[in-house]
Ligand binder design. Structure first.
Ligand SMILES: Cc1cc2nc3c(=O)[nH]c(=O)nc-3n(C[C@H](O)[C@H](O)[C@H](O)COP(=O)(O)OP(=O)(O)OC[C@H]3O[C@@H](n4cnc5c(N)ncnc54)[C@H](O)[C@@H]3O)c2cc1C
Length: 369
C-alpha cells in the first residue's frame, strides 16, 4: 500500500530512491519500480524539472531516458492545456466512437466491473488515492470500449479520487485511451492484464483475442450507469485574513504548493481555494486533507476559501504573486512562470513525439554522461 509523506524533507528524500534502470524494465508491472512521485508533482510541491536535474546529477542519460520521457508526458499535457484551455474537455481530434452513454458505469464506482485486477485497483484508489498507470489504462479502456461510456464523466470520477489529480494528464490520458487524442483506441485483453498485475482470472469478457475486442455488446456487469455528481466540501475558515500591507502576497492553490518558491521571503502566504474551481473540478475529502497536510510546509500560510476577486479586494492593493496555470487565467498581479523541463519549448504540439523531438536534446544536455 503506498504511503505518501507530507513533510517537505520526506518528499525530497524520495528522490535518491528513484531507480531509473529498474523503472524502465518494470514500470508496466503493478509491482514495478515506479516512483509514486505524482501526488507531489501534481500538487506542485516538486517539479518535473527538479526531478530531471536530480537525475542528471546522479545517473546517466541513457539510464534515465524512459523515466525522462514519462516526466515529459506530464509537461506535454500541461502545455496542451495551457494552449487550448477548456477545449481539452471535449474530444480533441475526433469524436469518440460507439458511445452508448455519457454517464458513469456504476461498476466503476462500485469496483464491480468483473475484472478482478481492475476492481482491486479501484479499491486501492479509494483506500490510498493512488492507482498504477497500467491499471488506469485498463480501467479507462473498460469504461470507454467495453461499457461504451464517453470518457468525460469517468475521467471526472477518477480525478476526484486521485491524490495526483492533474486535469491535463487525466483528461488527455482518457482521451488517449478513448482514441479521441491518439491514432487508435487502447485495448487490453485478460492475458495482458494477468501478465502485468499478477491476476490469474479466466472466463471474463476480456478473456479473448484482440480480434474479438472490444466486445460487440456491453457486458451485463457494465450496463448500469449513474450520473457522477460530486462536490468538494471546502474547509470552514472562521478567521479573517491577517494581511500585512507592507509585504507582498504569495498565492498558493491546488496546483502550486511549492515550499521552495520565494523561500525565505517575508510575505503574506495565502492558500486560495476557489469554490468555482472545485465546483468544476471536484476532488474528494481525502485529496483535500492531503492538500491541507502539504500546506503545513508553508510557514504562516492562511487558507482563504473564496473567489480571486474577493481576495484581490481584501488585499487592498498589495501585489499578489502567483504561478501561471490554466486554472488561473482570471488572476491578476505578478505572474510568474512554472518550472518546466524545457521552458523554452512552448505552445501546442499535435503529438507527444513532436514535442519530445524538440525537448530531448535539451534534456540530454543537462547530463554529463
Ligand atoms: C486514464 C489515466 C488517467 C490519468 N490521470 C492522471 C492524473 O490525474 N494525474 C497524473 O499526474 N497522472 C495521471 N495519469 C498519468 C499516470 O498514470 C500517472 O502520472 C502515474 O501513474 C503516476 O504514478 P507514478 O508517479 O508512480 O508514475 P511513474 O511511472 O513513476 O512516472 C514518473 C512521473 O512521470 C509522469 N508520468 C508517468 N506516466 C505518465 C503518463 N502516462 N502521462 C503523464 N505523465 C506521466 C508523472 O509525472 C509521474 O509522476 C493518468 C493516466 C491514465 C492512463
Amino acid at each position: 500500500m503506498p504511503h505518501f509523506p507530507h513533510h517537505y524533507e520526506d518528499i525530497l528524500a524520495l528522490l535518491p530512491g528513484i531507480r531509473p534502470q529498474q523503472y524502465s524494465r518494470t514500470r508496466n508491472f503493478t509491482t514495478g519500480a515506479v516512483t509514486r512521485l505524482s501526488p507531489f508533482l501534481s500538487r506542485g510541491v516538486i517539479s518535473t524539472r527538479m526531478v530531471m536535474l536530480h537525475l542528471a546529477q546522479h545517473h546517466s542519460y541513457i539510464a534515465c531516458e524512459r523515466l525522462l520521457q514519462e516526466l515529459a508526458w506530464r509537461d506535454y499535457y500541461q502545455r496542451v492545456w495551457q494552449s487550448v484551455g477548456h477545449s481539452i474537455n471535449a474530444d480533441m481530434r475526433r469524436a469518440q466512437e460507439r458511445v452508448h452513454t455519457h454517464l458513469l458505469p456504476t461498476a466503476l464506482d462500485k469496483a464491480e466491473t468483473g475484472i478482478e485486477a481492475i476492481d482491486a485497483a479501484i479499491r486501492e484508489l479509494y483506500n490510498t488515492g493512488y492507482m498504477h498507470n497500467h491499471c488506469r489504462m485498463y480501467t479507462a479502456s473498460v469504461a470507454c470500449h467495453a461499457a461504451q461510456a464517453h470518457w468525460l464523466q469517468p475521467a471526472r470520477w477518477m480525478y476526484y479520487h486521485l491524490l495526483d489529480g492533474d486535469w491535463a494528464s487525466n483528461a488527455l490520458s482518457w482521451q488517449w485511451v478513448a482514441g479521441t487524442f491518439s491514432n487508435k483506441i487502447y485495448l487490453a485483453n485478460q492475458e495482458n492484464i494477468n501478465n502485468y498485475t499478477g491476476s490469474k482470472q479466466t472466463g471474463s469478457f476480456l478473456d479473448t483475442s484482440y480480434q474479438m475486442l472490444p466486445p460487440s455488446a456491453i457486458p451485463e456487469s457494465l450496463r448500469e450507469v449513474v450520473s457522477f455528481e460530486a462536490q468538494t466540501i471546502l474547509p470552514a475558515v472562521a478567521h479573517e485574513l491577517q494581511l500585512d500591507q507592507q509585504k507582498p502576497i504569495l498565492l498558493y492553490n491546488y496546483y502550486n504548493m511549492d515550499p521552495s518558491w520565494h523561500a525565505g521571503t517575508d510575505a503574506n502566504r495565502i492558500l486560495l481555494l476557489e469554490p468555482e474551481v472545485f465546483a468544476q473540478y471536484p476532488v474528494s475529502e481525502h485529496c483535500l486533507q492531503f492538500l491541507l497536510r502539504l500546506a503545513e510546509n508553508l510557514p504562516g500560510l492562511q487558507v482563504y476559501c473564496g473567489s480571486f476577486d474577493a481576495l484581490h479586494t481584501a488585499a487592498k492593493g498589495a501585489t499578489i504573486h502567483f504561478k501561471e496555470h490554466p486554472l488561473n487565467t482570471h488572476y491578476s498581479g505578478a505572474l510568474e512562470a512554472r518550472d518546466w523541463m524545457v521552458p523554452e519549448v512552448q505552445g501546442f504540439h499535435p503529438s507527444f513525439f513532436s514535442y519530445w523531438k524538440k525537448i530531448q536534446g535539451r534534456i540530454r544536455a543537462q547530463f554529463s554522461s
